[in-house]
Design a binder for this molecule. Structure first.
Ligand SMILES: Nc1ncnc2c1ncn2[C@@H]1O[C@H](COP(=O)(O)OP(=O)(O)OP(=O)(O)O)[C@@H](O)[C@H]1O
Ligand SMILES: [Mg+2]
Length: 220
């Protein structure tokens, strides 16, 4: 579903990531762990085709990031660590705006937005203004947005950061639920314990290199 081969990104002489090799299958929930500056966001942005590698290659659902970025964008939902919401928009308007960008048309558009709001348990906020949501609700809205086009692959950059304990539990449950829907998910974090019991595979990235890449059952 996702594989990378010697994936490398350099800025000048500095390696942001170096020779990253990953192989993830459908339904894998892969935790990408590492301290600040380790290369988590760089890895995800390259797989999402938002950034070109310096060398190496990656494939998503059989498509090369180098030659088939359009096909890959249809298949991938990338949630950045921070994203803007438009203050004067309601939740449902915000989602319909993005659904339109994904070319979801007619009554299907609203149906799809409502369905995804239920999946993330945010339907009670559908008419709330986006700037009135809590951090956890905003994170779930960001997740709803990247689910609209029903991607097979989710790349979620630190979705658990800065959440209060209750929101943290809700987001972890949601990640589990998305994994059980058969999606292939990469989720990044600084903190091992928050991922270890929801992921089936885990990688540790340090100074751009993947120093651990294992099944959680073998590693723990
Ligand atoms: N546009 C850029 N120009 C120069 N260096 C960059 C650029 N983007 C990232 N880097 C460097 O690449 C390295 C990896 O950065 P990256 O953002 O991937 O780390 P990260 O693991 O996501 O960190 P964090 O946990 O803080 O989000 C860092 O040393 C960073 O300073
Ligand atoms: Mg990052």
């Amino acid at each position: 579903m996702i594989n990378t081969n010697q994936l490398t990104k350099k800025y000048g002489d500095m390696y942001a990531i170096r020779n990253i090799n990953l192989e993830l299958n459908q339904g894998d929930l892969f935790g990408l762990l590492g301290p600040s500056g380790a290369g988590k966001t760089t890895t995800m942005r390259i797989i999402a085709t938002l950034l070109n590698p310096t060398s190496g290659e990656a494939h998503v659902c059989g498509h090369s990031i180098l030659t088939k970025p359009k096909e890959i964008r249809q298949l991938v939902g990338f949630m950045p660590d921070f994203f803007g919401v438009y203050d004067d928009m309601k939740v449902i308007e915000y989602l319909e705006f993005f659904a339109a960008a994904y070319r979801i048309r007619g009554p299907e558009r609203r149906r799809r937005c409502n369905e995804m709001l239920e999946v993330v348990d945010l339907d009670c906020q559908r008419d709330a203004y986006t700037n009135t949501l809590s951090r956890g609700q905003t994170q779930r809205l960001g997740l709803t947005r990247v689910l609209l086009h029903d991607p097979q692959v989710l790349l979620l950059d630190e979705p658990l950061s800065d959440l209060d304990p209750r929101e943290h539990i809700e987001m972890r449950n949601l990640l589990r639920r998305l994994g059980s829907m058969g999606k292939t998910i990469i989720v990044s974090s600084h903190i091992l314990p928050e991922l270890a019991d929801i992921c089936n595979k885990v990688g540790v990235i340090s100074e751009g290199e993947l120093v651990v890449n294992a099944d959680v059952s073998e590693w723990m």
